[in-house]
Ligand binder design. Structure first.
Ligand code: 13P
Length: 252
């Protein structure tokens, strides 16, 4: 399986800076056998697309989408609208949206299904809180979020779901999860979708790690069995630094 690195800019970079980031990143040399995507704010999709032109590397992604395709949903953005920018993947259920915007497992499941139906690969984010981890309930939380999110999903060659294990306590804290702990969580996620969809999907569906990934620790994750890439926040904001991270991810 090819490894995948996704930059999640979060709420950084409006159109002006997004365009400049993409132009700078396109000068970076990238490993041939690595997939790279950027998840940009919705208002910056047009600028990012304009700077990308027809280029498919990095793939253009979004950070959120609503589950209906149109209608009276003030402020929301549909998967169909994202498609107009050539978006090929979109995050669903990032912990910042779960904790600060009240996104429930049910909403995440609806979003993931709507994205897939529109032909956009949902990148489903799951992960335990610090409290859950301290209680020894990390894997239980991860399993239950995964199971809920795939309720209306099917593995599909076109818009194959991607999972991202992002322990909440490791996001933006500099406290990266130990690769062996991440490995256990990745196995738990795989266990859930394999049980639902069948064993043949084990090697077809990517499970990424996210949480304080940087150019120094990326190799530790990429060389751990079952970790198929990374979802990178803070360390994706500098295009040259992100280029360095991508090169470190897959040694030439
Ligand atoms: P950081 O890389 O800044 O810890 O963020 C991780 C994340 O939430 C990516 O979605």
């Amino acid at each position: 399986m090819r490894k995948l690195i996704i930059a999640n800019w979060k709420m950084h970079y409006g159109p002006v800076k997004a365009g400049a980031w993409v132009r700078a990143f396109r000068r970076e040399r990238l490993p041939k056998d690595l997939d790279v995507a950027i998840a940009v704010p919705a208002v910056s999709l047009a600028a990012a697309r304009a700077s990308l032109g027809r280029a498919t590397i990095p793939a253009l992604g979004a950070q959120n989408a609503f589950w209906e395709s149109q209608g009276a949903y003030t402020g929301e953005i549909s998967p169909a609208m994202l498609l107009e920018f050539g978006v090929t993947m979109c995050l669903a259920g990032h912990s910042e949206r779960r904790s600060q915007l009240g996104e429930t497992d049910e909403m995440v499941a609806k979003k993931a299904a709507a994205l897939q139906k529109a032909g956009i690969a949902p990148v489903i984010c799951v992960g335990e809180t610090d409290a859950e981890r301290k209680k020894g309930a990390a894997l239980k939380a991860v399993r239950s979020q995964t199971l809920a999110a795939i309720k209306n999903l099917k593995p599909d060659g076109q818009a194959q779901p991607v999972f991202a294990y992002e322990p909440v306590w490791a996001i933006g804290t500099g406290r990266a999860c130990h690769p062996e702990d991440a490995k256990a969580a990745h196995e738990a996620i795989r266990g859930v979708f394999v049980k639902t969809w069948g064993a043949k999907w084990t090697h077809e569906i990517r499970v990424l790690y996210g949480g304080s990934v940087d150019a120094r620790n990326i190799t530790d994750y990429m060389t751990t069995t079952g970790i198929d890439g990374a979802l990178v926040g803070g360390s994706s904001l500098d295009p040259r630094g992100f280029g360095l991270l991508c090169r470190a991810a897959v040694p030439a």
